[in-house]
Design a protein around this ligand. Structure first.
Ligand code: GAR
Length: 220
């Protein structure tokens, strides 16, 4: 019997800015905590800070600048053409600040994953930390989820919880949420790479046959 060789899963990561979540995933892959290859990082902005970092890691980069396109449809078609050259198993959105067309989402159905800085379904959209403080919630956090055509919506793979402090400002809360994001997203990436994540018929997600464990911020 020929030995079965395990082929690492192929990731393409999309960013628009700092790319700190992308860096956390790339590091996890480099340190063998996540058995996947990040084949390319694609940015919607040429000036995204994360691009310079990833170039130093020997990973391909591409820019598909949304400002060069007159419609969402033409932007998404150009983006998909770049992504598909790398034949990824999964496309990971990591601070990718574009609303995607239903056609794009459908093209990557079950393979498109996003991180959002709130405990979805609470606080979709922008300024999530300010929204959370304005509502007086005691727990805030982040969600990693499969992408559907609705903005910041879709089957939840994992969540990270951050207790809200009385004197929190959007910036202080954002810092603690981002640090739990850097734990949750590489862990989900690793589960995906190992084939441990399953989208069930009822649109709930199981990891190893059960809901994923809850991540709780260690920062007080
Ligand atoms: C992260 O907080 C991520 O959750 C958020 O943008 C930030 C990107 O930071 N994404 C969204 O708001 C998507 N709706 P990063 O570029 O340092 O990873």
């Amino acid at each position: 019997m020929p030995a079965t060789t395990f082929l690492p899963r192929r990731f393409v990561i999309l960013i628009s800015g700092l790319g700190s979540n992308m860096q956390a995933i790339v590091r996890a892959c480099q340190q063998n905590a996540c058995p996947a290859d990040v084949l390319a990082v694609i940015s919607s902005r040429a000036d995204a800070a994360g691009l310079a970092w990833v170039q130093g890691q020997g990973i391909a980069t591409r820019v598909v600048a949304h400002t060069n396109f007159s419609s969402r449809e033409t932007f998404d078609a150009a983006l998909a053409a770049e992504i598909d050259q790398f034949e990824p198993d999964y496309v990971l959105l990591a601070g990718f600040m574009r609303v995607l067309t239903p056609e794009f989402v459908q093209h990557y159905s079950g393979r498109l994953v996003n991180i959002h800085p709130s405990l979805l379904p609470a606080f979709p959209g922008l300024h999530t930390h300010a929204q959370a403080l304005a509502k007086g919630v005691q727990a805030h956090g982040c969600t990693v989820h499969f992408v559907t055509p609705l903005l910041d919506h879709g089957p939840i793979i994992a969540q990270g919880v951050v207790p809200v402090k009385e004197d929190d400002k959007p910036e202080t809360l954002a810092r603690r949420v981002l640090s739990v994001e850097h734990v949750v997203y590489p862990q989900v990436a690793s589960w995906l790479a190992q084939g441990r994540v399953h989208l069930m018929q009822d649109q709930r997600v199981q990891v190893d046959g059960a809901p994923s464990r809850l991540f709780i911020s260690e920062h007080e």
